[in-house]
Design a protein around this ligand. Structure first.
Ligand SMILES: *[C@@H]1O[C@H](CO)[C@@H](O)[C@H](O)[C@H]1NC(C)=O
Ligand SMILES: *[C@@H]1O[C@H](CO)[C@@H](O)[C@H](O)[C@H]1NC(C)=O
Ligand SMILES: *[C@@H]1O[C@H](CO)[C@@H](O)[C@H](O)[C@H]1NC(C)=O
Ligand SMILES: *[C@@H]1O[C@H](CO)[C@@H](O)[C@H](O)[C@H]1NC(C)=O
Ligand SMILES: *[C@@H]1O[C@H](CO)[C@@H](O)[C@H](O)[C@H]1NC(C)=O
Length: 335
């Protein structure tokens, strides 16, 4: 999730002075971006997850709606659940097969207002979704009375049900046990906090070798990583991997490099986690198709495992605002 371009631009001036390294944009590519589904203007997508069967679950931040989308060009969509008592959905993550966890809370783009204490995590059991008689495929896991803006989710341990949660306004990473609802602040580092008012830590994902939690910090315009213990604690200071980039959420490719949504640049980039070099894979500042991308995930079928699905919020509040949507980008050898 991202602030409006106007505010982000303002913050970047301030955040710039904290940058240790400057990202090298070493190469630019122009992979083809195709629409899976475009929502009406005013509907902004915040995140997505891909099911093992290839279908996409997408969260809306302007209404508390969860959509199921077939991964075909110009697909239709099904609204599978509306979360009463909330205004917005944010991060989504799969723990066990077809067991998804979703953040619901009250966030409004108008004035960037988040209601502290309004956030909850819900379990969405897609294994039960097809059996409406059971009508219980969505169940609350935990409330977060101190939560200021729960945003990205990342899996730490499937067996123990441990999930990291970025709290962007508190500038900390919380750890939730999805089986007990127990949660606590696990990581509170200078680099998870915003440098000034604004969104700090945003996307949170454990590296494929399980040694680091990688995270983006929107206000600081960085991708960073912190070494972690299997119980979720940080066991060292966080370090910047790449800086001077407009960042939202991200994923890893098969080499362990980061593919991320360069939100206000309307681009999808790849960051070499060893050098911090940034390669633009698709999009450009004037792209409306990739207007404010928010999340990136690889396909999970043979035919789309070299493709990413991207959610976009459509640039809400900007002059070039379009509807949110889900897009497909075929990366081939680029990732
Ligand atoms: C990328 O490709 C699109 C579609 O072919 C084209 O409109 C756009 O100008 C290209 N952008 C760049 C930066 O080459
Ligand atoms: C998808 O829809 C767009 C816009 O209506 C259209 O230009 C394009 O041809 C469609 N593509 C496919 C594969 O149906
Ligand atoms: C969140 O928004 C909903 C819908 O407007 C409202 O019913 C609910 O009371 C709000 N929750 C909090 C904690 O303010
Ligand atoms: C995070 O650390 C800062 C600085 O030590 C502290 O002021 C803040 O209260 C901590 N936040 C949380 C949620 O623990
Ligand atoms: C979308 O809505 C916004 C706000 O009403 C408006 O400024 C913008 O022009 C609209 N975009 C399109 C493509 O209709």
């Amino acid at each position: 999730m991202y602030l409006s371009l106007r505010i982000a631009a303002l913050l970047s001036v301030v955040a710039g002075s904290f940058s240790t390294y400057t990202a090298k944009r070493c190469s630019e590519h122009n992979a083809t971006v195709q629409p899976i589904h475009i929502f009406p203007n005013g509907t902004s997508l915040e995140s997505l997850a891909v099911r093992a069967n290839g279908q996409i679950l997408a969260t809306v931040i302007t209404t508390p709606d969860l959509y199921l989308i077939n991964p075909t060009i110009n697909s239709s969509v099904s609204l599978i659940h509306t979360f009463p008592g909330y205004t917005s959905l944010l991060g989504i993550v799969e723990v066990e097969l077809d067991q998804f966890y979703v953040i619901a809370g009250n966030f409004s783009f108008a004035g960037d207002v988040s209601t502290t204490g309004s956030y909850s995590v819900f379990h969405v059991d897609m294994g039960l979704y097809l059996y409406p008689a059971l009508d219980s495929f969505v169940r609350k896991v935990a409330d977060f009375p101190d939560g200021q803006l729960l945003n990205g989710l990342g899996l730490l341990c499937k067996e123990k049900g441990l999930v990291y949660i970025a709290d962007s306004y508190a500038g900390v990473v919380r750890l939730l046990n999805v089986y007990t609802g127990g949660n606590h602040v696990a990581i509170n580092d200078t680099l998870t906090q915003p440098a000034t008012d604004g969104l700090g830590v945003n996307g949170v994902h454990v590296s494929p070798d399980s040694k680091y939690l990688y995270f983006t910090n929107t206000n600081r315009k960085i991708l960073a990583r912190v070494p972690i213990h299997p119980d979720g604690r940080a066991i060292g200071q966080a370090k910047v991997v790449a800086s001077d980039i407009p960042v939202d959420d991200f994923t890893f490719d098969r080499d362990g490099n980061v593919i991320l949504a360069l939100n206000s640049d309307n681009e999808i980039g790849k960051i070499d986690v060893e050098t911090g070099d940034v390669m633009v894979l698709a999009g450009s500042l004037d792209s409306t198709l990739l207007e404010d991308p928010t999340m990136v995930r690889f396909g999970r079928r043979g035919e789309d495992k070299r493709s990413v699905y991207v959610s976009r919020n459509g640039g809400i509040g900007e002059a070039t605002q379009v509807g949110g949507g889900v897009l497909r980008i075929d990366l081939g050898e680029l990732a």
